[in-house]
Design a protein around this ligand. Sequence first.
Ligand SMILES: Nc1ncnc2c1ncn2[C@@H]1O[C@H](COP(=O)(O)OP(=O)(O)OP(=O)(O)O)[C@@H](O)[C@H]1O
Ligand SMILES: [Mg+2]
Length: 255
Amino acid sequence: MKIISVANRKGGVGKTTTAINIATALSAIEKKVLVIDFDPQGNATTSLGITKAKNQPSSYDVLIGRCGAERAVIGTDIPRFDVIPSSPDLAAAEIELVDLHNREFVLKSALSRLNDVYDYVLIDCPPSLNLITINALVSSKSVLVPLQCEFLALEGLADLMKNINAIKRNFNSELCLQGIVLTMFSRQNNLSKMIEADVRKYFGDKVYETVIPRCVRIAEAPSFGKPILLYDFKCSGAQAYVQLAKEFLKREKEL
Ligand SMILES: Nc1ncnc2c1ncn2[C@@H]1O[C@H](COP(=O)(O)OP(=O)(O)OP(=O)(O)O)[C@@H](O)[C@H]1O
Ligand SMILES: [Mg+2]
């Protein structure tokens, strides 16, 4: 079971979209996948069309130790694809955890009880580096970073790498960069192309060859409660995510 955080401190760069759609593509090729919605905004939960029952436990309950991870899991309409939904309460978890000894390791110990049920666990992180994200990174083997090619993207990425290294030094020596995926890319935009060239220059083969194009259908899909792969399999965005999942697995084999 490999746990991967999908993270970037910057908001709206495609973290949730990437988590959900890589998970969908992986489940389509027989992998067992769990997505943990670890953002109080709950976008992964709603994008999958999940309306949480009132007493359904969430990632918040798991984090504060109120319930075991296996009890918070719910199935989706997609075979081999499970979710631990989020709840707005998660925003308060940070304050609740602050006084705990080992507060950075709470999620890690909660997830250790999931025992190899899944091939991949993807944690959809919030757009900040708070104690919630730190818990996700401490639990993970690697970080998958969606990056939007726009002004200051590289500065943001440099900050993120510093944070990852700090976590590595202090809490989780295993943590590594799974890869960087360029999202919402527009070929017509010269700035996008310049930033792509820079990112590839600095991060080399850590950057996926597959690039996710800007695609209206991707933006529409969440309101229908479906990953883009189910909403419109033929569109450029869906095809790009299929390609990304293939590249992801190919690199996994090479590791
Ligand atoms: N390739 C794309 N083309 C067009 N729209 C996209 C694409 N990827 C994501 N979007 C849309 O952009 C918005 C932000 O994407 P998403 O929610 O995945 O980002 P995020 O990094 O998870 O945001 P947050 O930081 O708020 O959690 C969403 O409305 C999403 O539907
Ligand atoms: Mg998100």
